[in-house]
Design a protein around this ligand. Structure first.
Ligand SMILES: Nc1nc(=O)c2c([nH]1)NC[C@@H]1CN(c3ccc(C(=O)N[C@@H](CCC(=O)O)C(=O)O)cc3)CN21
Ligand SMILES: O=c1ccn([C@H]2C[C@H](O)[C@@H](COP(=O)(O)O)O2)c(=O)[nH]1
Length: 301
């Protein structure tokens, strides 16, 4: 995890102060790359505890083509709630009464979450994020990119066209309203020496909160694709556009940088699963994860 710490340090040393739509400024750099050899262990950050359960459920939710937060909330995953919630406040004309990040806003967010679980029609109306990742991966203007990718890797591993794009220009304005235009914009697979590698282009990266999730998610995705295509593991290459630290994450970042690395855990996947779309939560087991304690931080909405 040296590489992740190098990225945080690089931003602290070289980053430029920038404003953005969230109201919380960042320090940011443009263009950066990390590489993780997936044979060396599962790249889950060890200098703070990362909630892997959220990552697995989120990935299965993308793969299922789901775009409503209800499945996530039902499974205790709360990382996507703030965006449909803010949209709900805006539509109901409540956003002035409940200023973002205030205690009243946080209390109302809890109510919103309860209603998503208990009231199916409320979830249908307000829990929908629009045509985000799940939609674009499984139904990009009628194309199931994920199913095609798996078939193409099996049939023609040497191809240089193993790409999935979540960036659908037609849908960007709709996504901007209820969710977010995709941050993990495009990814490509590569097969050499019977090993599968994956590279992600991430246009915008919240390095303290989002990036540990993104690394683990794409490492897991690569392992799943490798298993169903009968390939060994290669590298996960993580390429960034705007990589930033929010100003209210700087103390947490320094705290994390003061901690020592620990050995990487291993991810065990049920070897029986050979159909990419049949993976279930129970098919994944993380072993030997011994992280430092979690570090809390507020997500910028
Ligand atoms: N500003 C921002 N940063 C992000 O990382 C981000 C977004 N927005 N919007 C969409 C998704 C949602 N993601 C998120 C949202 C919240 C956490 C978060 O709060 N993580 C905490 C607790 C996680 C938990 O316990 O489930 C953490 O300590 O990692 C992480 C990723 C990643 N994305
Ligand atoms: O998987 C994700 C999703 C989102 N982020 C971060 C990156 C930015 O801080 C925000 C998105 O805001 P934009 O104004 O649309 O760039 O969310 C992430 O790091 N990882």
């Amino acid at each position: 995890m040296q590489q992740y710490h190098d990225l945080m340090r690089h931003i602290l040393d070289q980053g430029t102060l920038k404003e953005n739509r969230t109201g919380i400024n960042t320090i940011s750099v443009f263009g950066y790359q990390m590489r993780f050899n997936l044979q060396e262990g599962f790249p889950l950050v060890t200098t703070k505890k990362v909630h892997l359960k959220s990552i697995i459920h989120e990935l299965l939710w993308f793969i299922a083509g789901d775009t409503n937060i209800r499945y996530l909330v039902e499974n205790g995953v709360n990382i996507w709630n703030e965006w449909p919630f803010q949209n709900y406040l805006n539509e109901k004309g409540l956003s002035n009464k409940l200023p973002k990040y205030s205690d009243a806003w946080k209390a109302e967010l809890q109510n919103f979450k309860e209603q998503i679980i208990t009231d199916e029609s409320f979830a249908k109306e307000w829990g929908e994020l629009g045509p985000v990742y799940g939609r674009q991966w499984r139904n990009f203007e009628g194309i199931d990119q994920m199913a095609q990718l798996i078939e193409d890797i099996k049939r023609n591993p040497n191809s240089r066209r193993h790409i999935i794009s979540a960036w659908n220009p037609k849908d960007i304005p709709v996504m901007a309203k209820s969710g977010l235009p995709p941050c993990h914009t495009l990814f490509q697979f590569y097969v050499a020496d019977n090993k599968l590698s994956c590279q992600l282009y991430q246009r915008s990266a919240d390095v303290f909160l989002g990036v540990p999730f993104n690394i683990a998610s794409y490492a897991l995705l690569t392992m799943m694709v490798a298993q169903v295509c009968d390939l060994e593991l290669g590298d996960f290459v993580h390429t960034f556009g705007d990589a930033h630290l929010y100003e209210n994450h700087l103390d947490q970042t320094k705290e994390q940088l003061s901690r020592n690395f620990r050995a990487l855990p291993q991810m065990k996947i049920n070897p029986e699963v050979k159909d990419f779309f049949s993976f279930k939560f129970e098919d994944f087991e993380l072993v030997n994860y011994d992280p430092h304690p979690a570090i809390r931080a507020q997500v910028a909405v």
